[in-house]
Design a protein around this ligand. Sequence first.
Ligand code: PLP
Length: 385
Amino acid sequence: MRARQLPYNRPDIGEEEIAAVEKVLRSGWITRGSATAEFEHVLEEYLGVPRVVALSSCTAALHVALLVAGIGPGDVVLTTPLTYAATVNAILYVGATPQLVDVDDDTGNLNLDLAERAITSRTRAIVPVHYGGQAVDMEKLGEIGQDHHLTIVEDAAHALGSRYQGRLVGTFGHLTAFSFYATKNVTTAEGGALVVPDGIDVEKVRRVSSQGMSKNAWMRYAAAGTWRYDVTELGFKYNMTDIQAALGLAQMKKLAVMQDQRRRLAEQYHKQLEGLPLKRPFAQPGCDHAWHLYPIRLRLGDLTGTRDDVIELMKAARIGTSVHFIPLSHHSYYQARFGWKVGDFPVADQFFSEVLSLPLYPAMTPEDVDEVATVLGEILRGMAR
Ligand SMILES: *Cc1c(COP(=O)(O)O)cnc(C)c1O
């Protein structure tokens, strides 16, 4: 057993982040201001896109994306059951009707053939999730979107740095929402960003994210600013703060190094888990996996125990794990509201019963990975049928 707990996740916060946040705290301007503007600029440069708006969360970014795309009551939005509540909640915030479509067994991403078959005259948008950092088939998704005149809003919470056929997620011309939540590949503690493609008014995105006001606080309080403003529509309080942005700027400087560490640790898992009764995640040919998650799938037919048993035994060995995700159709609120139930999405349901995310983050060492793989191997051998 480990002497120390190996947490499921730990953000990679160093002296650079601490110094950057301290600088903002001492500056006299702590909410949205120059650091947030700079963070947006760094994201634009990294992705190679003209417009990124930093927001308070990915949930906010998804909400605003659907709003500015004009999705609302009466519209049906297709999404995956294998995601976090944020994805479907954003659809509900705009008053649209979510329709779940089962996932692809290999990747855990939305099954695009099923999605295309589910389209009706009421379908207005698709919200795919790049599960774990594996990009959705963007070519096929783009064709479906064009053929059926649908808005695509990408939930790219796991996919900063993911590439599909060499192109970064966020550059395919769709509204794309990233997350900087504590566990994500780049963190601002809480935070998100929206890539605003051509054809969408970036000023509208900014207005809707700041109470529908014609000017934000930074402009109002700046020396050259004026106290007058007008509320021109209903908006929300979704701005990022400079404290968060300072964290994000320090993180972006380390992104390449952090991604390399994730990739190397994932490769080590891949080697060390070979031969065990489980399916390992993989990167599709031509695509760079962002390795936000390392979700393994247990071959339950070869085991006497369940996924939950494995979690408990890992925990007893002081190793944290997680599950991505409890399908949306298993939650009581959505069941009561939409009549969804366990069994409605057989691939996602099966996926859920088998899946277990192993710890994977840049602060881990190769020795940590070795230990996780060794402990897991012992547990699974103890459960062999
Ligand atoms: C983390 C996550 C979100 C939400 O991100 P927040 O920044 O916490 O709002 C949305 N979708 C998926 C798939 C996530 O994992």
